[in-house]
Write a protein that binds this ligand. Structure first.
Ligand code: AMP
Length: 193
């Protein structure tokens, strides 16, 4: 696998990044009280692309929630673990769920996708992380937001920078530029058959 593409050039190539087709899903924001949140998606077992597509559909089906945009699809080597490569993406949602209710919903979607936790960093059919919830900082026993390890991971920062470049500094991208990651499919991965 190639090393991470130079971030600026890579993001420039993704010039269609805001035209993600989300056919059949809720894409208009809930009317009042909605918060924008960014969800990291990953899978390295089973039909990975199908699992990520279903996860985006499940996000869109949550109460008071719509999926606004999704990033390109990336392929990355597992961090601190063995196993097959991951496919990763980030979704931007608007939701009236509070952050803890959203986390519970993400965990329910993982469970429905057959997620098992035999040991730490085990391969997984689906991993959903709450990366950012508006501009809130949250630290409870269940939930830390911003996600505590997001700035260490190219497979989070590259797709997040497509959707929310203001959330990812050039220094942060530079810090993960040695990690092994490749663009797997453009933003249309969600609707491709
Ligand atoms: P994982 O096994 O990587 O899915 O980690 C899940 C655990 O991390 C759960 O116990 C969550 O309560 C906890 N956690 C803390 N902060 C977050 C977050 N921002 N997003 C997802 N899980 C989180």
């Amino acid at each position: 696998m190639a090393e991470a593409p130079k971030a600026a050039a890579h993001l420039q190539r993704l010039n269609n990044r805001y035209s993600v087709p989300l056919g059949g899903m809720k894409t208009s924001a809930p009317t009042t009280g909605a918060t924008h949140a960014w969800i990291g998606l990953g899978a390295n077992l089973g039909e990975r692309t199908a699992a990520l597509r279903q996860a985006v559909q499940a996000l869109a089906a949550l109460p008071g929630t719509c999926v606004l945009r999704t990033s390109s699809l990336y392929r990355s080597a597992p961090v601190d673990a063995g196993g097959p490569d991951y496919l990763n993406a980030v979704a931007e949602i608007a939701t009236t769920l509070d952050a803890h209710a959203l986390l519970a919903a993400l965990q329910a979607i993982e469970q429905a996708a057959g997620r098992e936790r035999p040991y730490r960093n085990a391969p997984r059919t689906l991993d959903l992380d709450l990366l950012l919830y508006g501009n809130q900082c949250i630290a409870t026993s269940q939930l830390t937001v911003p996600h505590p390890r997001m700035h260490e991971r190219a497979f989070v920062l590259l797709p997040l920078a497509e959707l929310a470049p203001e959330q990812v500094s050039p220094e942060a991208l530079q810090a993960v530029s040695g990690q092994t990651i490749a663009l797997h499919d453009g933003p249309a991965w969600l609707s491709a058959t």
